[in-house]
Design a protein around this ligand. Structure first.
Ligand SMILES: [Zn+2]
Length: 282
């Protein structure tokens, strides 16, 4: 992905290199884990299978490494790209001004109105404060544990969380989550799948518009994003844990569905083509 030389976003809240988000938070602990699970519905990418893998550990006050600084610059440029792209799409397709989200960069653990978070839980969007939360160590997790490396795969992750913000701005996320709270677990999961596939579709819209606007795609970039979408499908993750995939427990959609909805957004560029809620077949 070509990203150097473009402006970075100002809407970054940098919490890295600090102890986890306030007094008394030395690590996630059981309470933290419970909170993470309870608020699991806001997480963009479910990496809870990786929670059992340990790692993480208590964050320390420490210097930011050169690699982390580079990752932060990358995220900031991708976020700025999403601001320009979505401002334009909102103007043309929604007829409203786009209010961009804040992206919180953290390392280790942090707090949010949606609960505590650790790098192991993956990036997520919290509608209550309209912020996306990202530990860039997740990019390494993607590459090494999920087999989803590459800079455009990382950009897709940022774009997917921003897509949840777009859903929030459009009123879709609030409505869907309202219904989820009054639903059985199974129905709630099914609605979650529609939310997530729509976010993948919006990510595809972003990828197309970013290419048109900035010429940011290099050879292999789209494959990186598609591969990432494939590797984080619910069926693939459950299989990798040695389980038989159980569709009623899916919250994000199968690999095939995630790839297809991303491609649909990319091919169309139109928000209306991402209406997963009225689709008969996902
Ligand atoms: Zn998501």
């Amino acid at each position: 992905m070509r990203w150097q030389g473009r402006r970075g976003s100002r809407n970054i809240e940098d919490r890295r290199g600090r102890r986890g988000g306030g007094a008394g938070v030395g690590g996630l602990g059981i309470g933290g884990l419970l909170i993470v699970l309870v608020f699991g519905w806001v997480f963009g990418i479910d990496v809870s299978p990786l929670l059992s893998g340990g790692g993480g550990g208590a964050p320390q006050d420490r210097a930011i490494t050169a690699q982390e600084e580079r990752e932060a610059q990358f995220v900031s440029v991708v976020l700025a790209d999403t601001e320009e792209v979505w401002s334009d799409i909102f103007r043309r397709q929604v007829g409203e001004a786009y209010r961009p989200p804040t992206l919180v960069l953290f390392s280790g653990v942090t707090q949010s109105p949606c609960g505590g978070a650790s790098g192991a839980t993956g990036p997520f969007y919290c509608p209550a404060d309209r912020k996306a939360y990202l530990d860039t160590a997740f990019f390494t997790t993607m590459e090494r544990q999920l087999g989803a490396g590459g800079d455009f795969a990382a950009a897709y992750v940022v774009a997917h969380e921003v897509a949840h913000h777009v859903q929030n701005e459009l009123g879709i996320l609030g409505q869907a989550n309202q219904i989820r709270m009054q639903s059985s677990q199974e129905r709630s999961n099914a609605i979650s799948v529609r939310i997530e596939l729509q976010a993948d579709c919006y990510s595809g819209i972003w990828a197309r518009a970013a290419q048109e606007r900035f010429g940011s795609l290099e050879r292999g970039d789209l494959e990186e994003a598609v591969n990432a979408a494939r590797q984080i499908g619910d069926d693939r993750i459950q299989r990798s844990q040695g389980r038989v995939p159980m569709p009623h427990t899916f919250t994000h959609g199968t690999s095939e569905q995630r790839v297809r909805w991303f491609a649909r957004g990319y091919d169309s560029g139109d928000l209306r083509d991402c209406d997963t809620f009225s689709a008969d077949r996902l």
